[in-house]
Design a protein around this ligand. Structure first.
Ligand SMILES: [Fe+2]
Ligand SMILES: [Fe+2]
Length: 300
């Protein structure tokens, strides 16, 4: 009988351990950080400039410190809106799929449902944290609201789903994109969670989220191992392709959101600047993580 971490029994043991850790470590099981006690500091930036896609452009570099600060507040808002879309439109449907219909061939039905419902609770809290932190910045900076929903990652996912011709493809698409996103989100949160020069609330919210996502990355990897076991060669190839493609879409720097935010900040000359800025310049940050995910779950 197979006994490695990828076997059904190995997966069950690891998921049991992760579920025990969730009871003590997850933010949802601990007292919320009293964000109200963290003083807002006007002079601190709300977002790391190193995450701005046009940071090296001369128009950006020539902008005043005050204008850059306003734009960085929108950077924080775009970043959190994208986080909320990842939580609600990408991760939540995949958790629900497994909760409602765990893979019939798996012997780990109960633990798969349990860890997915735990992840779902975490994601609901992350959405609450993100929305609270956006409104905190809107309020303290007195900024006009950004109304944006057209994130490339979400639109691409919908396109793929609309071209699927079978339910197994739809299910593997939902799972594959969520699984890759749950690995990549740790990289996505890394810079802000480590930047203690930014507004303290922004740093704390991201740090708390990052701690939960380190666990999610393992949870989704082990759930993926269990699922991969039950797949045919054709299904495995399909899942591999979906996960590999997610890197590119996840890394998209969402210039559409910036095109809407920069005029709200009053930034002059944004059209030309965004045209000269490449679309997916950050893909290399994520490539290694997804390659090791594919190897871990037996797809490489
Ligand atoms: Fe999350
Ligand atoms: Fe997550």
């Amino acid at each position: 009988m197979e006994m490695g971490p990828e076997s059904h029994d190995g997966v069950r043991n690891m998921l049991e351990k992760l579920s025990s850790l969730w009871n003590v470590r997850a933010a949802v099981n601990n007292d919320a950080t009293p964000y109200s006690e963290l003083l807002f500091e006007q002079g601190r930036l709300d977002f790391s400039e190193s995450l701005v896609p046009f940071r090296n452009h001369p128009t950006w570099q020539a902008a005043s410190a005050e204008m850059k600060s306003r734009c960085l507040s929108y950077g924080w808002i775009i970043y959190n809106l994208k986080t909320i879309y990842i939580e609600c439109d990408i991760v939540t449907p995949a958790c629900e799929d497994i909760i409602k219909r765990p893979p019939v061939e798996s012997r780990n039905r109960e633990i798969l449902q349990r860890v997915m419902s735990e992840a779902l609770l975490d994601e609901a809290l992350h959405t609450k944290m993100s929305i609270t932190a956006c409104n905190y910045i809107y309020l303290n900076r007195k900024l006009p609201y950004l109304d944006f929903s057209d994130f490339n990652l979400v639109r691409w996912r919908e396109q793929i789903l609309s071209t699927c011709t079978a339910e197994w493809q739809r299910r593997l698409t939902r799972f594959g994109i969520a699984c890759a996103s749950e690995t990549l989100i740790t990289d996505y949160l890394k810079t802000l969670s480590e930047d203690d020069a930014i507004q303290r609330v922004c740093h704390e919210v991201t740090r708390t989220h990052a701690v939960d996502e380190w666990s999610h990355s393992s949870v989704f990897s082990f759930v993926a191992c269990d699922i991969v076991h039950t797949l045919s060669v054709r299904e495995r190839a399909y899942l591999h392709a979906v996960i590999a493609k997610t890197v590119e879409m996840f890394a998209d720097n969402e210039l559409g959101a910036w095109a809407q935010a920069l005029p709200l900040a009053g930034f002059q000359g944004h059209e030309a600047m965004l045209l000269e800025c490449s679309r997916s310049s950050e893909v290399e940050i994520y490539t290694e993580s997804v390659s090791s995910l594919l190897a871990r779950i037996g797809l490489q």
